[in-house]
Design a binder for this molecule. Structure first.
Ligand SMILES: NC(=O)c1ccc[n+]([C@@H]2O[C@H](COP(=O)([O-])OP(=O)(O)OC[C@H]3O[C@@H](n4cnc5c(N)ncnc54)[C@H](O)[C@@H]3O)[C@@H](O)[C@H]2O)c1
Length: 297
């Protein structure tokens, strides 16, 4: 199907801005960028699969990738919101398909990769982003085994399974980029514990490094994205009082939570050909939290 990519990009970006968090001060793209031709789009002719794309980082990345020319496979278990992500993209003339897949299940991961190839002919970018932070995840003494197992199944095994079925597809496409969402808590210990979540994200970093080395000569790059504390549903449902928010904010040099859109911009860099010499990295986008010993005030 032929479509006007310049027009699509403009419309998708407008929709993205409408539904996005307004705290993010800079627009996704300048008017000049929106008028670019398809050839200069950063993901022109690429097919990207994004897990956890019904909300937060995943949705913002799906909208941005589509605006940059990618055909997007939107993966989630939240069918209503996942379909909504795909609808926003296609309503504006972009290419997207929603696939229900639970990343903790091997058969589902196989299905989502097969759907990408069947629908769009190839897979070039795999963003293993789906994750949970369980309400009952606490310290080692109080966390139940079931909470540990569920967190590991989604946050860590989900990334492994995405790669298990995604890497053969990237090879068939002649190479590509994998981005695995970890977290700043994989790099720093926190006195507000969430032991299973923290361990799962540490595992994502270790997994990412090894995959990067093993597949480096197959034209496959593998990087981890380490977001700082974000203004998304996942964290905000825990930080439901001003006191809880301040306990976190005091550690962030910038003095604010990050936005999902800011993570999408980082994912775009790691997915695009601008990062062709970047692999095995733990790419922190964290408002300076991992650099801080004391904060400005
Ligand atoms: N929000 C933060 O502060 C923060 C910080 C660091 C890292 N992260 C990580 O970023 C990623 C995205 O987080 P977010 O803030 O956008 O969260 P979010 O809760 O807004 O979105 C997560 C999405 O993943 C989906 N999901 C959950 N379980 C799934 C499964 N088994 N299979 C498929 N999809 C599933 C959810 O339905 C949801 O749409 C997660 O891996 C999270 O751990 C978040």
């Amino acid at each position: 199907m032929k479509r006007s990519r310049t027009g699509n990009a403009s419309a998708i970006l407008k929709e993205s801005e409408r539904i996005g968090e307004q705290l993010f001060p800079a627009p996704i793209a300048t008017p000049h960028q929106r008028e670019r031709k398809a050839e200069t789009m950063r993901l022109d002719k690429k097919v990207a699969l994004i897990t956890g794309a019904a909300a937060g980082i995943g949705r913002e990345t799906a909208l941005l990738f589509a605006a940059e020319g990618a055909a997007v496979v939107v993966v989630d278990i939240n069918d209503r919101e996942g379909q909504e992500t795909a609808r926003i993209i296609t309503a504006q003339g972009g290419q997207a398909v929603y696939v229900h897949s639970d990343v903790s299940r091997a058969a589902d991961c196989e299905t989502m990769v097969r759907a990408a190839e069947r629908q769009f002919g190839a897979l070039h970018v795999l963003f293993n982003n789906a994750g949970i932070m369980h309400q009952a995840d606490d310290n080692a003494l109080t966390t139940e085994e079931e909470v540990w197992d569920l967190t590991m199944a989604i946050n860590l095994k989900g990334v492994f399974l995405g790669c298990k079925y995604g890497i053969p597809a990237l090879k068939r496409a002649g190479g590509g980029a994998i981005i695995n969402t970890a977290s700043f808590v994989a790099l720093l210990g926190a006195a507000t514990p969430q032991i299973a979540y923290t361990a799962s994200k540490g595992g994502v970093l270790a997994l990412t490094r090894e995959l990067a080395v093993v597949h480096a000569r197959e034209n496959i790059r593998v990087n981890a994205l380490c977001p700082g504390p974000l203004h998304t549903e996942l964290l905000m449902k825990f930080l439901d009082t001003e006191e809880k928010k301040q306990r976190r904010l005091v550690h962030i040099p910038m003095g604010r939570f990050g936005e999902a859109k800011e993570m999408a911009q980082a994912a775009l860099y790691l997915a695009s050909d601008e990062s062709t010499y970047v692999t095995g990295s733990s790419f922190t986008v964290d408002g300076g939290i991992t650099a801080a010993y004391v904060t400005p005030e």
